[in-house]
Design a protein around this ligand. Structure first.
Ligand code: F6R
Length: 241
């Protein structure tokens, strides 16, 4: 694993964006796996800036998002579709045919999950998967206890994850209880992985994931089994590494 420690979240965002830009410039038709959440916001802003300044051409990329809440219409401000549209698809000028995100409104979430996993395979697999990390070590919405062989599936969110994400909603009661998430097996099949972590509240989880033995109790620890992982962390998140 390669570890890049940046002084601030802003520097980490620039480093993460440059990492992605280098991969897109090397392979314009790259298949990218992408996260939502607070951590990648700075990276998305930097990528949008790079597109405007013509430092990267995103017109041939294809994206697959990690996850989507079940039960929120795409028009809901808290849906991950809206998040991606606002922060990445529109600012980077991506067309609808370039982007994929699980349909959280599917009548049969299990069938939707299977179709999504198959679509990733049909596209040729993920060249680069960008990840954040939850306070309980989740990657995507793969909560502790998830099998490392899991494929894209419908999940129940833990109380801890719902509480962490309540900051984006009017209150905890509004946070959905279910989501569709790429599985750990799906994520680990990506040819390259970039894990982003910022802030003191991620320091213990990140250190446990990277330094302690691999365990389903900390799903991010399965990244130790992947041959091509880079971690970009700010000083606070890296404090216990
Ligand atoms: C988001 C996702 C989650 C987040 C994680 C960290 O698509 O899959 O695993 O990456 O919950 O979220 P933030 O960045 O908000 O701390």
């Amino acid at each position: 694993m390669e570890l890049i420690i940046c002084r601030t979240p802003e520097e980490a965002a620039q480093a993460a964006a440059q990492f992605v830009i280098d991969r897109v410039n090397a392979k314009p038709g790259i298949i990218l796996g992408l996260p939502t959440g607070g951590t990648p916001l700075g990276m998305y802003a930097e990528l949008a800036k790079a597109v405007c300044e013509k430092r990267v051409d995103m017109s041939k990329i294809t994206t697959f998002n990690l996850d989507e809440y079940c039960g929120l219409p795409v028009s809901d401000p808290q849906s991950y579709y809206t998040f991606m549209n606002t922060n990445f698809y529109v600012p980077c000028g991506l067309s609808a045919t370039q982007t994929n995100i699980p349909n959280g409104e599917a009548a049969d979430p299990d069938a939707e999950a299977l179709a999504y996993d198959n679509a990733i395979r049909a596209a040729g697999g993920l060249d680069l998967q960008v990840l954040g990390i939850g306070h309980n070590g989740h990657i995507g919405f793969n909560e502790p206890g998830t099998s490392p062989d899991s494929r894209t599936h419908a999940v129940w969110l833990t109380e801890q994850t719902r509480q962490a994400n309540a900051r984006f909603f009017a209150g905890l009661a509004d946070v959905p209880t279910r989501a569709i998430s790429m599985g750990i097996g799906t994520i680990l099949e990506a040819r390259e992985i970039l894990l982003l972590a910022n802030g003191a509240d991620k320091a213990d989880t990140l250190a446990t994931a990277l330094r302690d033995p691999v365990t389903p109790d900390n799903p991010a620890s399965f990244l130790q089994r992947h041959p091509n992982v880079t971690i970009i962390a700010d000083l606070k998140a890296a404090a216990r590494l």
